[in-house]
Design a protein around this ligand. Structure first.
Ligand SMILES: Nc1ncnc2c1ncn2[C@@H]1O[C@H](COP(=O)(O)OP(=O)(O)OP(=O)(O)O)[C@@H](O)[C@H]1O
Length: 251
């Protein structure tokens, strides 16, 4: 089943064309990295999939529905997420979004409390339930954000540069957690990053965005000097070893 389907999709911000005539299909249980230079449109693409940025009707289908109708089945971890109040404790932070609430703590039913414990268990973070956000490390906060994204049992998780403030140890920990959740729940994961190396053994496919175009495929097909030079609009050199990928300018 296609979890994401884009057909001849143009994405604009005002008069600015960000992506042009995008065609791609992503199936269930795929881990897809999103890569591209600053300002190429990674965040914009993700927001279009969420229906936050409106696009022409029927050009995007998520689980066969429009992005807005599918939103409940998508978990989203935005870039530079401000964690509402650093005085909040872990459990309360998750509660703030259980009914889509933006402000204040909602009234919680027994079912809600069960759901919150359940998502905390899934990310192995029960121990953070009563810890204030202000006392958590970046990696612990990232685990909470992942728990929050799991509320409502989504089929698709979209993560916008989740590793930008994490050291390599935490990147590895969070990635193995994501992989574990994906295997248990057949999740489709879309994760944008400026460093694909930590994902090399994990991702099934990569989307590279640049020059208003996007190319989807496996790493060997997409991460080549030829494809990236076309997308970046200047010469790029890609050197691959068994586990690592080096992307540099060749000028
Ligand atoms: N409201 C807006 N109106 C017009 N253009 C915008 C608007 N917001 C962002 N842009 C432009 O859209 C382009 C894509 O931005 P986007 O944030 O999606 O890129 P990105 O690939 O996620 O970048 P980064 O890697 O730096 O996070 C950029 O050139 C940006 O300047």
């Amino acid at each position: 089943m296609n979890v994401i389907e884009c057909q001849n999709l143009d994405i604009r911000l005002g008069t600015h064309l960000i992506l042009s005539r995008l065609n791609l299909q992503i199936q269930e249980n795929q881990f897809v990295g999103i890569f591209g230079p600053n300002g190429s449109g990674k965040t914009t693409f993700m927001k279009a999939l969420l229906g936050i940025i409106p696009c022409s009707e029927n050009k995007i289908k998520i689980l066969g529905k429009t992005p807005v109708k599918a939103r409940k089945q998508i978990g989203y971890i935005p870039q530079y997420r401000e964690m509402e109040s650093f005085r909040l404790k872990g459990k309360d932070f998750i509660a703030t979004s259980i009914h889509g609430h933006k402000l204040g703590l909602p009234f919680l039913t027994k079912k809600d409390l069960y759901q919150i414990d359940n998502v905390l268990d899934q990310v192995h973070a029960r121990d953070l339930a009563f810890t204030p956000l202000s006392e958590m490390s970046g990696g612990q906060r990232q685990r909470l954000l992942l728990a929050q994204a799991l509320l409502g049992n989504p089929k698709l998780i979209i993560m916008d540069e989740p590793f930008s403030n994490l050291d390599p140890k935490w990147v590895k920990l969070i990635l193995s957690l994501i992989k574990e959740l994906q295997a248990q729940r057949k999740l489709t994961i879309l994760l944008s990053t400026h460093d694909l190396n930590p994902l090399m053994k994990i991702m099934d496919q990569v989307i590279c965005i640049g020059n208003q175009q996007a190319v989807l495929g496996d790493v060997d097909r997409v991460m080549t000097s030829e494809v990236l030079s076309g997308l970046y609009g200047f010469p790029i050199e890609v050197v691959k070893t068994d586990q690592h990928l080096f992307v540099t300018t060749s000028c």
